[in-house]
Design a binder for this molecule. Structure first.
Ligand SMILES: Cc1cc2nc3c(=O)[nH]c(=O)nc-3n(C[C@H](O)[C@H](O)[C@H](O)COP(=O)(O)OP(=O)(O)OC[C@H]3O[C@@H](n4cnc5c(N)ncnc54)[C@H](O)[C@@H]3O)c2cc1C
Length: 492
């Protein structure tokens, strides 16, 4: 799912909830280990009002006075609205939705009616909450529980345009799309990272690719017919998004096989080119995750580079010549920047977009990039992992900066590199990692031991993103309360 899909909604309403700085705040009783611990640092909330900002944002004017422009997440681009000049074919059929009144009509009554936030997305039909692909792959979720039409997730006043972006001209803050040309006073590129399933021969045919809804559902179907055997989770090549995903997948597969009474007849192994799980987090975190795997009898094979997959013989051939047989193969595909990003002048050496790590601005003024499409190098030389939690926070920072700029105020919000993630361990439990990735010389992270309450938090997190409207609100309220109780700063 496009992790940024709520950020526009939340330009106004988001709150940084943090009790680690509250006198007397206690850590959760399930906290078991603190790895590389360090103070978490301050979340930034200054410079933006906490309430009523939605109205203010809508009514602010952009530098061109008549044209708002604001912010676009999920996919790219924020633009102004001058249909007659800049947009060749207005995609009127795509505006609004059941829970989103026609933005144009609503805006007619507003003083700043030319202000507009437009999202261009190639995936309007269904937004997918990607972390729950892991639950889908073991049959614990149906697709309709983790997908929702993107338009239902947006705030009234946000226009959604179904379009594929064909080219980006950052100098003019202009994009060409399948439905016309758009230009804006600010441009936000949030195109994610795309799976490159043909990068390693045979991957597409061999693997149950749980990084897609189709692949995750196929994995669940394969499990239905599975009678025990060798289960292999493989990272086909680097880089990939969500560093915990292959390890969570192995732990959830273990849990599911136990539930079905097949675990004793099965082996589970994880093969990855990485030297340790989640290497950006350092060796202590890696060892902790290996410990979680070993506790379930899951073997981890670091430094395993795949040369090719042989679906016919059910084997993975590694670059050292060894062959790994499997009965069920769950795969993590390699990733790369989308072609339109790679082909733009925004792209750096890796094809992703280098940005100022605090402001998310590219080397073009008022052109920003957030999320998986960016590359941010940490003090230890490793890249910031690709994760939705960062995409979300970065989207908020960019939204605030654009709003401040248009209001003629200094833009103060900065991305501080804080983040957290759940590691589902099965049995209704999850571990929880929280850390500061901009810490020097290495990120500082703590890992909370697996517990039911962390898993409950993950479920709430899922519902806060992809549930129905009321469900989302309730889940956010519970998350806000829960994060206070456990002393974790959360962006709600
Ligand atoms: C199995 C799995 C588990 C995960 N678990 C977690 C987790 O627990 N915690 C966490 O923080 N993160 C997790 N992630 C990662 C998280 O989902 C991503 O980091 C996040 O979605 C990135 O957001 P984004 O907006 O940058 O990119 P995306 O969400 O990928 O959105 C990019 C959008 O741009 C669209 N697009 C691309 N090219 C074009 C074009 N040319 N024109 C128009 N539209 C285009 C795409 O279709 C897509 O809709 C997980 C991911 C997976 C696959």
């Amino acid at each position: 799912m496009d992790q940024l899909a709520h950020a526009t909604d939340k330009i106004a309403n988001h709150r940084e909830i943090g009790l680690t700085d509250r006198p007397g705040a206690r850590s959760h009783r399930e906290d078991a280990s603190l790895l590389n611990s360090r103070d978490s640092g301050d979340e930034r909330t200054q410079g933006f009002e906490r309430r009523g900002d939605k109205e203010k944002l809508r009514n602010r004017r952009g530098p061109n006075d008549d044209t708002l422009v604001a912010y676009c997440e999920v996919t790219p681009l924020a633009l102004d609205e001058d249909d007659s000049v800049r947009r060749s074919e207005p995609p009127t059929e795509l505006v609004g939705g059941d829970e989103a009144p026609d933005a144009t009509t609503e805006d007619e009554d507003r003083p700043g009616r030319h202000q507009k936030v437009i999202i261009l997305s190639a995936q309007i039909v269904q937004a997918v909450f990607q972390p729950s692909l892991l639950q889908l792959m073991v049959g614990r979720r149906r697709r309709d529980q983790i997908e929702r039409p993107l338009r239902e997730l947006l705030d009234p006043g946000v226009e959604l345009v179904e379009a594929e972006v064909r080219s980006i001209d950052p100098t003019a803050r202009r994009v060409e799309t399948t439905v016309g040309v758009f230009a804006g006073d600010a441009l936000v590129v949030a195109l994610g990272a795309e799976p490159d399933r043909d990068a390693v021969p045979g991957y597409r045919e061999a693997a149950l690719d749980f990084f897609s809804p189709e692949g995750a559902a196929a994995c669940a179907r394969a499990l239905e017919g599975f009678r025990g055997g060798r289960v292999v989770v493989t990272v086909a090549a680097l880089p990939y998004k969500c560093p915990a995903a292959p390890y969570e997948a192995a732990l959830l597969l273990d849990d599911e096989l136990r539930r079905r009474g097949l675990r004793e007849r099965s082996e589970i192994e994880v093969y990855s080119p990485e030297p340790a799980p989640m290497p950006v987090a350092g060796p202590v975190m890696g060892a902790a995750v290996v410990g979680l795997l070993e506790a379930k009898g899951i073997r981890f094979h670091p430094g395993s580079r795949v040369e090719r997959f042989e679906p016919g013989s059910h084997e993975v051939v590694l670059t050292d010549g060894s062959r790994v047989g499997y009965d069920l193969l769950a795969g993590v595909p390699p990733h790369r920047a989308p072609a339109v990003v790679r082909g733009s002048s925004l792209a750096g050496d890796t094809g992703s977009i280098p940005v100022d790590r605090a402001t998310l601005e590219t080397h073009h003024e008022r052109v920003y990039a957030v999320g998986d499409t960016t590359t941010i190098t940490l003090a230890n030389g490793k890249p910031l992992p690709r994760a939705g939690i960062f995409a979300h926070r970065q989207g908020l920072v960019v939204a605030h900066r654009i709003a401040a700029t248009f209001a003629g105020q200094p833009a103060q919000d900065e991305f501080g590199g804080g983040g957290y993630c759940w590691v589902e361990t099965g049995g209704g439990r999850a571990a929880f990692a929280v850390g500061e990735f901009f810490a020097e010389p290495d990120p500082t992270l703590s890992l909370r031991a697996p517990g039911r309450s962390w898993h409950a938090g993950k479920v709430l997190f899922e519902r806060s993103w992809i549930g129905g409207r009321i469900e989302r609100r309730l889940a956010r309220a519970c998350l806000a309360l829960g994060s206070r109780l456990v002393g974790v700063k959360a962006t709600i």
